[in-house]
Write a protein that binds this ligand. Structure first.
Ligand code: PEP
Ligand code: MG
Length: 877
């Protein structure tokens, strides 16, 4: 039998979302539940995919099937398409598997033409209604199908109102509407060089095609990328008999939620307009009434609606978002879906539904989107203020939260301005480790270059600071302290606002409100902890970040990037001394200055973690990153070190690398200069001894992690230095303390040879930032610039630096997991790349059987929930 591409609502059910889309499946289900749903049919998502497979055409077979179903619909409705005496009018709406509110298109009143409109006028005895419906249809068809700008039609309406001297659309009468239809059609004809199509079948066919096309409009592609929705799902199209909310005062239309979507309160929440059609409620031309008022205006319809709401919520075991229309006092349901809600509402609804006995804890855990929790941890924009604001640019949502402040262009300015009590946004071409203090005091960070794992993004997420990165629309002049975007200039001191959750940049001040954490949050997170098997650690470089992570529920540190400690205060001087040293003796002298500082840092971190495991990663970046760049700083360093300026310049240029990410970094540094590893080992071991003395019950066992290993021999060389140094200290102090040496798997070769490497490594941590960079051959700092072209051209759907590429990088991880376990069955396996905080990557890590994920402090709650969801979906044996 050939494939079936079209289903009547009565042939579907809620389990057919993949084929019928969410809207189609739910309309079918409501019909099965005996609810008043206008008749209709659904053209499947497979038809949409076939449309694309056939070079964006609806093939003959599917076309035939659609028209067969149109005949069935005519029969059910007792009306005929295009028959002026008894016309069938339909709505055509998109409906993907996952709801994508407002992303795709809708057309109402389809089937209207010059004859039908007259028929409708007579039948309803209401010419104004008939012509108003017709002009709305022309407007929507022109917009959705032909891409004609809606605004032009609005201009025509405004002109007519002005000529008549009236203010409201409702004051235009039937004759005006007739004139309007004429003018709309004329405009259509002039703009497109074709007549408005009068054959309802052609209208329908073209409308369905347009909905399929809208699956790949910019908005929809962007929404899918944001929400992990695959492009090959396609959208279904629902063709449904029109019911009219705009036929008189006993008609109306509205939208409602079974519970309050902002607060979660268990009370029907919604709005409606009498004598109106769908888009009027959304468009905000007239102010809608609240749903309670419907009780007074249309009591019978209201009672029926309340009963339906309760049935639907119990049936779907979730808060529902519904659309309805009342036609001549009769209620019709046009849609139901799980309602979008704020994070606070999501938690309250989940907890309340468990208390009401409606759902289990597992169901509650599955009901909340992990990424949403983030909103509870950062300040947010005031919702009303945000609605009024218009973005001036949009880039990568690198670190969430809302930020508003005055522009500064350097870390020094940020520090100076905040010292004066100003709130600032740091705008940079890109940030470097030297900017860290300035980043810290800023409300938010905006960079022109850099992707999701660029320095700015990683550091900002670690701090919980808002950051928008890779904003290529901006032309920046850091020297003269201004930037330009779309022809407008923004100077130092001007206010801008950043939304780190959407990547939007606003050229104005927008009010922010602090985040609120309600009691439901903790309760809910405890359920998640009971359920998950993956442990959740954090990436933290300072006691402060570590404490923050512990507050959010971290169970250890998976990555301390020791280099981040090298920039604070006077340390950078000692670091620079070490780098420009010519002899081992000089280097050791400089390192001895660093030792007490580093030991103190580790003590602070151990204290903050209160005995929980801490993995300390040894020095990783190319050394030149620590060297001064401005001539002033270079001269200063020469003076401090009492060396010749030209000689220093030579050293600096000698350290220049053409490809530093693949240059002298990671374990390669310790191979060239083992004394660095010695110093770091001394600091780690002595810090652990000191803290253990203070807290004997903590029993700290240091975990030392060697980065960027590609061969067992590399690891062995550095490990030998570590073991020799550590054992000497332990022997000297006569202390029996265990410590562990492991490595990062971040070079493809290490993944391939993981069985050999595990002979030396006690644990692996997947450094998926570098592993992604080296597997794809994409620079993690520069790829943001061209990956957009990949998304636009549908080569990639997702940023591989944000979400683990399960196919390629994932294969290497799988190999490494198997290799590691072959040599060491109980090897501890973690991930500390940025992917460790991404829910879909966490799901993958769970399935791979990793021991823990490690992510920035502000993503710890997200990871806890994502790990619980992964465990519910794939229970471990
Ligand atoms: C990684 O490469 O994934 C990693 C965690 O190390 P870094 O980001 O410091 O290179
Ligand atoms: Mg790395």
């Amino acid at each position: 039998m050939s494939k079936k591409y079209v289903y009547l609502f009565s042939e579907g059910n809620e389990n057919m979302r993949e084929l019928l889309g969410g809207k189609g499946a739910n309309l079918a289900e409501m019909m099965n539940l005996g609810m008043p749903v206008p008749y209709g049919f659904t053209v499947t998502t497979e038809a949409c995919n076939q449309y694309y497979a056939d070079n964006e055409t609806i093939n003959e077979g599917i076309r035939k099937e659609i028209f067969e179903y149109l005949m069935k619909l005519e029969e059910l409705a007792g009306k005929q398409f295009g028959d002026p005496k008894n016309p069938l009018l339909v709505s055509v709406r998109s409906g993907a598997r996952a709801s994508m509110p407002g992303m795709m298109d809708t057309i109402l009143n389809l089937g209207m033409n010059d004859e039908v409109v007259e028929g409708v006028a007579k039948l309803m005895d209401n010419p104004r209604f008939a012509y108003d419906s017709y002009r709305r249809f022309i407007q929507m068809f022109a917009d959705v199908v032909m891409g004609l700008n809606k605004a032009k039609f609005e201009e025509i309406i405004d002109e007519m109102k002005e000529t008549k001297g009236v203010e409201q659309d409702t004051e235009l009468d039937a004759e005006d509407m007739k004139v309007m239809v004429k003018r709309f059609k004329k405009f259509y004809q002039e703009s497109l060089d074709e007549e408005f199509p009068s054959d309802p079948k052609e209208q329908l066919y073209r409308a369905i095609e347009a909905v399929f096309r809208s699956w790949n409009n910019q908005r929809a592609i962007f929404y899918r990328k944001m929400n992990d929705i695959p492009g090959d799902w396609g959208t279904a199209v629902n063709v449904q008999m029109m019911v009219f909310g705009n036929m008189g005062d006993d008609c109306g239309t509205g939208v409602a939620f079974t519970r309050n979507p902002s607060t979660g309160e268990n009370k029907l929440y919604g709005e409606f307009l009498m004598n109106a059609q769908g888009e009027d409620v959304v468009a905000g031309i007239r102010t809608p009434q609240t749903i309670d008022q419907l009780k007074v205006i249309a009591p019978a319809a209201y009672d029926k609606f309340v009963e339906i709401c309760s049935t639907l919520e119990k049936h779907y075991k979730n808060m529902q978002d519904m659309e309805f229309t009342i036609e001549k006092g009769n209620l019709f349901m046009l849609q139901t879906r799980n309602g979008k809600r704020t994070a606070a509402a999501a938690l309250k609804i989940a907890c309340d539904m468990v208390d009401e006995g409606m759902i289990t804890k597992d169901e509650a855990l599955m009901m909340v989107e992990p990424k949403q929790l983030d909103a509870l941890l950062h300040p947010q924009f005031d919702a009303e203020a945000l609605k009024k604001a218009k973005p001036i640019a949009s880039a990568l949502p690198a670190s969430p939260g809302a930020a508003c402040g005055q522009i500064v262009f350097s870390a020094e300015e940020a520090i100076a301005e905040t010292a004066l009590g100003h709130k600032v946004i740091l705008v940079r071409l890109e940030t470097s480790p030297e900017d860290i203090e300035g980043m810290h005091v800023s409300e938010g960070i905006l960079t022109v270059r850099g992707g999701m794992t660029s320095h700015a993004a990683v550091v900002a997420r670690g701090m919980g600071a808002c950051c928008v990165s890779g904003c290529g629309d901006i032309a920046i002049n850091e020297e003269e302290k201004y930037f330009e975007v779309k022809g407008n200039r923004y100077n130092k001191g001007d206010y801008i606002s950043l939304d780190g959750s959407t990547g939007n940049v606003y050229g104005e001040k927008i009010k922010t409100v602090p985040a609120e954490i309600s009691g439901d949050f903790e309760r809910f997170m405890n359920w998640a902890d009971e359920r998950r098997t993956l442990k959740v650690r954090t990436n933290a470089d300072t006691p402060r970040d570590a404490q923050q992570a512990v507050k959010f529920g971290a169970e250890g540190i998976g990555l301390v990037r020791t280099e981040h400690m090298f920039f604070e205060g006077d340390r950078i001087k000692a670091v620079r001394e070490m780098i420009v040293s010519k002899t081992e003796g000089q280097r050791r002298k400089a390192l001895s200055k660093l030792l007490p500082m580093q030991r103190g840092d580790f003590e602070g971190i151990y204290e903050a973690m209160q005995g929980m495991p801490v993995t300390i990663r040894y020095l990783d970046p190319p050394l030149h990153e620590f060297l001064p760049t401005s001539s002033y700083d270079i001269a200063q360093l020469a003076k401090d070190m009492k060396i010749d300026l030209d000689e220093l310049k030579n050293v600096i240029s000698g350290l220049h690398e053409f490809n530093p990410m693949m240059g002298h970094r990671g374990c390669r540094l310790a191979i060239s200069y083992p004394e660095i590893a010695e110093m770091q080992t001394t600091a780690v071991i002595e810090a652990a001894i000191n803290v253990n003395k203070k807290h004997p019950d903590w029993n700290i066992e240091p975990e030392i992690m060697i980065p960027l290993v590609g061969d067992k021999a590399e690891l062995k060389y550095v490990k030998d230095v570590v073991v020799r140094t550590a054992d000497e200290i332990l022997a000297r102090e006569n202390i029996d303390m265990k410590y562990h040496v492991g490595t990062m798997i971040e070079i493809p070769r290490a993944a391939l040879l993981a069985d050999e490497i595990a002979e030396e490594a006690e644990f692996f941590s997947f450094g998926t930032n570098d592993l992604t960079q080296m597997t794809f051959g994409f620079s993690r700092d520069d790829a943001g610039g061209f990956l957009n072209d990949y998304y636009e051209k549908k080569i990639f759907e997702q940023d591989p630096f944000a979400r683990v590429d399960q196919k390629g990088v994932g294969k290497l991880i799988e190999l490494a997991v198997a290799g590691g376990r072959k040599t060491r069955p109980n090897i501890k396996l973690g991930i500390c790349g940025e992917h460790g905080g991404d829910p879909s990557s966490i799901d993958f890590c769970h399935r791979m059987g990793l021991t823990y994920v490690s992510c920035s402090p502000f993503r710890v709650p997200i990871a806890r929930l994502a790990a619980a969801q992964a465990a519910i979906k794939n229970p471990r044996k």
